[in-house]
Write a protein that binds this ligand. Structure first.
Ligand code: DGY
Length: 377
């Protein structure tokens, strides 16, 4: 039998051993940093696992850079959204354990892909799952822009409805659906990938008769004869033609132009003053791709000087720093949404789940459900 003193000594030693063992177990877990709370359905995919230490930025706002640089050290994976810049600084702070960057977005302009390639870090992203949500909102923006939603809702919001005298042609706009007196409609697409195809499918019941597009010849959306013939066959007899065109023709012939191209230097300001001046006076421009594709000053001028009818945009260059005095906000015919293209419950849940699945697969070297080949990009 030990004396009281030796018992407390033994307890003390056992406690010290346990503390050191649990700290060893803690540190031997794989660390994953998650830059936004992904909600009660998705976070448990990470937090319920006992082989992973999850460090989460829990605020519902952009992850603090200093916090991230400090916490990323030693991580094997990081789950981000498109407000986190992934560059050499962040990757160096992470160190050599980092295996995966997983972004909850289809776009990846916020990621310096070549820096990932140099370090053999894999990249997960979330294509496909947001296609329908963005196609839905593209059609919504086309309707809003054609039928003056911003301007007319402003009348209601500002209490001016009582003063508004209903008149036969007051507040009219061009109709998206074809009609007896307007039997043809040409829709144009800048970028002709999955989201454009899904948008076209939604437009067929509106009576769209012709589809033209212009896309990057080196991308998956590049012109493809067989694919185009199959699409045309699918939508005949309603759709009479579907063809790739140069940008000049895209500007001149589109009644509604959908910009669904990725961002980055190669597409910056493809829609500029020159392009806008060629568009039809009653045409509508929709941008649900990336803000940088459109020169905002040129678009504001086009709306102010009525070169085109209206615009519906979900993205603006320089977002989210778009204040009330932004030239586009001052244009009543500009219908602006704050980048909510993928913001449906269903889609965000699917994106968050896919981002976590990509990360978990990537850290153990398995096939990721949606991986971008960083060496080829
Ligand atoms: C994306 O995923 O890149 C979207 O723009 C965010 O909705």
């Amino acid at each position: 039998m030990q004396s009281d003193g030796s018992i407390s000594q033994a307890v003390y030693q056992a406690q010290t051993r346990l503390t050191s063992l649990s700290s060893h177990l803690r540190t031997s877990k794989s660390k994953i940093v998650v830059c936004r709370d992904l909600g009660p359905d998705v976070m448990p995919l990470l937090t319920k696992r006992d082989d992973i230490e999850v460090i989460t930025w829990t605020e519902d706002c952009v992850c603090d850079r200093e916090w991230l640089l400090k916490n990323i050290s030693g991580a094997v994976g990081i789950v981000i959204v498109f407000s986190e810049l992934v560059n050499a600084e962040l990757l160096d702070a992470a160190g050599p354990n980092l295996k995966v960057v997983s972004t909850m977005s289809v776009g990846y302009e916020h990621i310096h892909v070549s820096e990932l390639a140099k370090r053999n870090v894999r990249l997960g992203y979330t294509p496909d799952v947001l296609t329908d949500a963005v196609a839905d909102i593209s059609v919504m923006l086309a309707l809003m822009a054609g039928r003056n939603a911003n301007e007319t809702m402003g009348i209601v919001r500002e209490g001016l409805w009582p003063k508004f005298i209903w008149a036969p042609f007051a507040l009219c706009g061009p109709q998206l659906s074809t009609s007896g007196i307007s039997p043809s409609r040409t829709v144009g697409f800048l970028g002709f990938g999955r989201i454009s195809h899904a948008t076209l499918a939604r437009l067929i019941p509106f009576g769209v008769t012709d589809c033209i597009y212009s896309s990057n010849p080196n991308s998956a959306a590049s012109p493809k004869k067989e694919r185009d013939e199959a699409l045309l066959k699918q939508y005949r007899p309603q759709l009479k033609s579907l063809r790739p065109v140069d940008r000049d023709t895209l500007a001149r012939e589109s009644d509604v132009l959908f910009i669904l191209a990725p961002g980055g230097p190669s597409t910056r300001h493809l829609i500029d003053e020159d392009f806008l001046r060629k568009m039809k006076k009653h045409s509508v421009l929709v941008n649900a791709g990336r803000g940088t594709v459109v020169d905002s000053d040129a678009l504001a001028k086009a709306l102010r000087e009525k070169w085109i009818w209206g615009a519906g945009i979900d993205v603006v260059e320089g977002e989210p720093n778009i204040w009330k005095d932004h030239p586009l906000i001052r244009e009543p015919r500009c219908n602006i949404l704050p980048h909510i293209g993928s913001a449906s419950f269903e889609t965000r849940l699917a994106m968050a789940t896919l981002a976590v699945e990509n990360c978990l697969a990537g850290i153990v070297g398995q096939n990721m459900p949606a991986e971008l080949d960083v060496k080829a990009s």
